[in-house]
Design a protein around this ligand. Structure first.
Ligand SMILES: Cc1ncc(C[n+]2csc(CCOP(=O)(O)OP(=O)(O)O)c2C)c(N)n1
Length: 658
């Protein structure tokens, strides 16, 4: 192995050696504990330590690193007390996730480490967001993110590199090419010589680095990182290495040819560096033994602490209280004059006033800058707030939602506009797995609002008409807002942006230009979880939200003899069950109208809640009305048949007659 000392002094060389030794010795201990049945699962990074250790030591401690499951060296090189790591792996309270997530699936702001989620790729886009924050705040910091070569096949990799390059973000994309993704060899994973070759396609500088050579890793990454701090840009680094053990311990290495194993065993990063240092007269056998002893003692002491710690005692309230970051609702009333606004203008005003209120709030979306967005909601924003804060994005829903998460990690709020709510599917994974679960997993909030222009009635076909709130209302960790009037839209969007949790804000496109209302000129808020009772009556409770509220109103205007409570839910998560139950107890009959197809929609849950809580008050079965169980069709007459507007009137009258 070709070790080049360059200008590294003796102290640095010894520190590199000790840092390299530590994860190796921890792993050796873990493998023993695994055999003794004292720990459950282990993803070994033996043979790859030089990458995690070298990259981490090349960065400053305040720079974020986003490691993977084989990067123990990142955690040890940031000097995390070992008992906390051990407690994390044992699911104990001194760990980082209160027993809610396992192994390396955690982050810590204290050590500026953001761990992976199981899906591998999403953290690449999160790194973009952290790097964007660093660039916007002129911090001259670099962010390093890891992936295996298997993970580079995911769309997240492509999107994250593309966004980083287009925006020239200071990210080091560190690919550990260790030969196998679980059992899949590289030639079944990608069809090019080197992963680094992909750099040119993204307009990105790339390097191939010997991942088993700590000096090469440390020196090259130090040099590149320093250059990137001063001249922000992404760099793709391919570290050639090899996975010496199974994907995880139980899975073995039968599929790896022995000669490959033998060849890479000769390149062991720890053994070779140790020999080199001895050879150079920098370390003696006695010193090496002493270093090892010190680390082994530290491991044993910290293991004792972790083993002695009591297991977590489950407590339902604790768990439920940690799904969302506590929000102190800022009740802001406006004494200003009112002016008549269309639904769309109310949203635009909220965004504009929030941009003024939070001077680092960032809005991202396709075509939202000079063009003003598909619906012109952000028209004129670039002139007022500049392109740094009003960001046109490539068509990379995943990477942009991940970047929003990264911004939140770095303390910046963001609003992401989905061009159409339908397209959130292309960023579904980060929404339901990253944004939704982050606070619960490691107390990191996702201060992100996703704006979702949705809904049918405009003959826009199956992919520009869906109202897909039900995909999200069932995912703990997300808040879901769905206003029907301009006044509510402005006040609730303001609250959504104030709220530190991830909020999906549904805006029915059919309301944009058809519904007008007097709305305060100044900034004001409306609390989440408070429905509005917009008609009062005694015979039936109608529960609805979004455009369907207007269909219910039309029906009531047409049938003036019907005496009904009409509840506009306004927010679906949290849901105002109090208002629903109070009304149903009064009227004894309930009908829920939703625009989405019926099965699995929120109407079903509301119906179930009413039956559970108000059964003795009911004079009839609860009725749900929704769209047909088909995708939403294009042609007007098919769409009209699909949507529940006419069926609602019939069902309402049937219920009243029951
Ligand atoms: C989206 C997704 N698909 C599949 C998996 C299962 N899985 C976990 S790790 C892994 C292999 C990853 O290979 P690579 O990225 O090369 O990293 P390595 O494990 O070699 O370090 C697979 C297939 C997963 N976790 N997430």
């Amino acid at each position: 192995m070709n070790f080049q000392i360059n200008n590294l002094d003796k102290n640095t060389l010894i520190n590199l050696y000790k840092a390299l030794l530590k994860p190796r010795l921890i792993e050796e201990k873990m493998l023993i504990l695994l055999r003794q049945g004292k720990i459950s699962k282990w993803f070994s990074g033996i043979g790859q330590e030089a990458i995690a250790v070298g990259v981490t030591l090349a960065l400053n401690k305040e720079e974020y690193i986003l490691p993977m499951h084989r990067n123990l060296g990142v955690f040890t090189s940031r000097d995390i007390p070992l008992y906390r790591l051990f407690a994390q792996w044992q699911g104990k309270a001194s760990g980082f996730t209160k027993g809610r997530d396992r192994s390396f699936h955690f982050g810590t702001q204290q050590y500026k480490i953001v761990g992976m989620i199981s899906h591998l790729g999403p953290q690449l886009g999160v790194a973009d967001g952290i790097a964007l924050a660093s660039k916007l705040k002129n911090k001259n910091e670099v962010t390093a993110v890891f992936t295996g070569e298997g993970g580079t096949s995911e769309g997240d990799f492509h999107e994250a590199l593309n966004v980083a390059s287009v925006w020239q973000l200071p990210v080091l994309f560190c690919v550990e090419n260790n030969g196998y993704g679980l059992s899949t060899p590289t030639n079944e994973q990608f069809n090019c010589q080197n992963i680094a070759d992909k750099g040119i396609g993204y307009g990105m500088e790339s390097h191939i680095i010997d991942g088993n050579n700590i000096l090469e890793v440390y020196s090259k990454v130090s040099e590149i990182a320093e250059d990137v701090r001063n001249n922000p840009r992404p760099v793709l680094l391919e570290f050639k290495t090899f996975r010496m053990r199974g994907h995880e311990e139980a899975s073995g290495t039968k599929y790896v040819p022995q000669d490959l194993m033998d060849a890479w065993a000769l390149k062991d990063p720890v053994v070779n560096f140790e020999l080199f240092l001895k050879d150079q007269g920098i370390l003696t056998d006695n010193e090496i033994t002493a270093f090892k002893e010190t680390i082994v003692n530290e491991i044993n002491e910290h293991l004792d602490i972790a083993f002695q710690e009591e297991g977590i005692i489950s407590n339902e309230t604790n768990e439920l209280n940690d799904v969302y970051q506590e929000t102190i609702y800022q009740d802001i009333k406006s004494n200003s004059e009112y002016k008549e606004l269309r639904f769309i203008d109310a949203i635009s005003e909220s965004l504009k006033q929030s941009m003024e209120r939070y001077n680092d709030l960032v809005i991202m979306g396709q075509d939202i800058a000079e063009y003003g967005g598909a619906f012109k909601i952000t028209e004129g924003f670039v002139e007022q707030f500049g392109k740094d804060r009003v960001r046109n994005t490539p068509i990379c829903e995943s990477a942009i939602i991940e970047a929003a998460m990264g911004l939140s990690i770095a303390g910046i709020k963001s609003v992401v506009e989905m061009q159409f709510a339908d397209f959130v599917t292309s960023g579904f994974n980060p929404v339901v797995n990253y944004l939704a679960k982050s606070y619960y997993r490691w107390s990191q909030n996702a201060d992100v609002v996703l704006r979702m222009p949705c809904g049918g009635g405009m003959a826009a076909g199956p992919f520009h008409s869906q109202t897909n709130e039900a995909w999200f209302t069932k995912t703990p960790g997300l808040k879901v807002v769905y206003p029907a009037f301009p006044f509510d839209a402005k006040g609730l969007l303001n609250t959504a942006i104030n709220d530190p949790n991830p909020v999906l804000f549904f805006e029915h496109k059919g309301l944009y230009r058809s519904i007008r209302q007097d709305v305060p000129i100044d900034f004001y808020t409306i609390p989440f979880g408070k429905a509005s009772l917009i008609r009062e009556g005694n015979d039936v409770t109608i529960i609805s939200f979004g455009a369907a509220v207007h269909w219910a109103l039309e029906t009531l205007d047409k049938n003036t003899t019907i005496s009904a409570d009409l509840i506009d839910l306004r927010t679906l998560q949290p849901l105002d069950t109090e208002t629903i139950f109070a009304s149903v107890k009064k009227t004894g009959k309930a009908i829920i109208l939703q625009e989405d197809s019926l099965f699995g929609g929120i109407a079903s849950d509301i119906s179930a809640l009413i039956m559970e809580q108000c059964f003795q008050y009911l004079d009839a079965p609860v009725k749900r009305v929704g769209s047909l169980e088909t995708p939403i069709p294009f042609v007007a007459q098919l769409e009209a048949q699909y949507l529940p507007k006419t069926r609602f009137e019939i069902e309402l009258n049937n219920l009243l007659k029951y």
